[in-house]
Design a protein around this ligand. Sequence first.
Ligand code: COA
Length: 388
Amino acid sequence: MNIGIDRINFYVPKYYVDMAKLAEARQVDPNKFLIGIGQTEMAVSPVNQDIVSMGANAAKDIITDEDKKNIGMVIVATESAIDNAKAAAVQIHHLLGIQPFARCFEMKEACYAATPAIQLAKDYLAQRPNEKVLVIASDTARYGINSGGEPTQGAGAVAMMISHEPSILKLNDDAVAYTEGVYDFWRPTGHKYPLVAGALSKDAYIKSFQESWNEYARRQGKSLSDFESLCFHVPFTKMGKKALDSIIDNADETTQERLKSGYEDAVYYNRYVGNIYTGSLYLSLISLLETRDLKGDQTIGLFSYGSGSVGEFFSATLVDGFDKHLDIEGHKSLLNNRTEVSVEEYESFFKRFDDLDFNHEIEQSNEDKDIYYLKDIQEDIREYHIPE
Ligand code: COA
């Protein structure tokens, strides 16, 4: 059956901080952030962009009026939920005006949840030829000012329309998931920021990748040369590279070169956004599709990872003419037209986001009128601006 990604889009907030300046402020050698971690800029969330508005902003440009009648399920994957009961998918369903007879819910397993959401969408659609599923990965990655994880923060959302006869990527029936109980990163309820064992999280990621990949290769009888490119979960661009390096020696030289240069294209956008948790793998996929010269029928391997931990390796095949369904110019302009904030301004945004210090005068700016944003919070009820 031919089911996969028919449309894909991302949204990131309009502010960023320069990583070299952050390093200077933290009295760290800038090369640690720029090269050691591999991040150049980091998206900074204003208080009026939460996971709901970012998710709606990512989805609005890939949904037609016809789609709104055919979407049977909306799934939001997140690990920075704004509510422990009401699903962000219900809020986004409302904001986008999707037909009411739809299943809407949130999924969680650290940075992994968008992947089971896609697989669930695929299984759901197998029985429903006329429906579509909207999958959104939306997160604000926050570790705290001056914390060890600070250089691996970020914010953003990716939206994907999963359908029959997709225009971009066909999802293959080959996914292998690997679960192992490990406390590498977790956020008990009530904690503002996650608890993280940094070094363990890097080792757990690599182990999960190797286990998923080896089992995948064994079951499918595949080797690295079968893939045009590989995409990884990217908490920071050095992380996926470490995983790739851990197995690359098993490939011939041509494959090694192709996969290494493909990796650089695949993390190009992530380098300027930072970690967006659940959406990071899919931002990397967009970066690959929009930066590299690819053709229909080529196979992309994807590795998804969520601390805790669950990893999954799966593949997708490019559809002829996929490039006509991407918004390369829109994405480049979204990234290039952002405003740089100083380290002090970033800290002030960060604290206001924490305290939900909501100031109507500051938050409601005219330049935001074409996007969704959080307009007000009254008695813990969030009200959003809906673009015309
Ligand atoms: N020039 C170039 N590289 C430098 C450097 C310099 N001046 N100083 C340090 N580095 C390198 C280190 O060698 C290291 O590279 P390596 O991992 O290839 O050895 C890298 O920069 C990071 O240094 P490290 O000492 O590990 O940094 P840290 O203790 O500050 O922790 C993280 C980094 C990513 C673990 C931390 O930011 C974190 O916990 N992030 C959140 C969790 C996370 O994202 N986990 C990933 C798996 S999900």
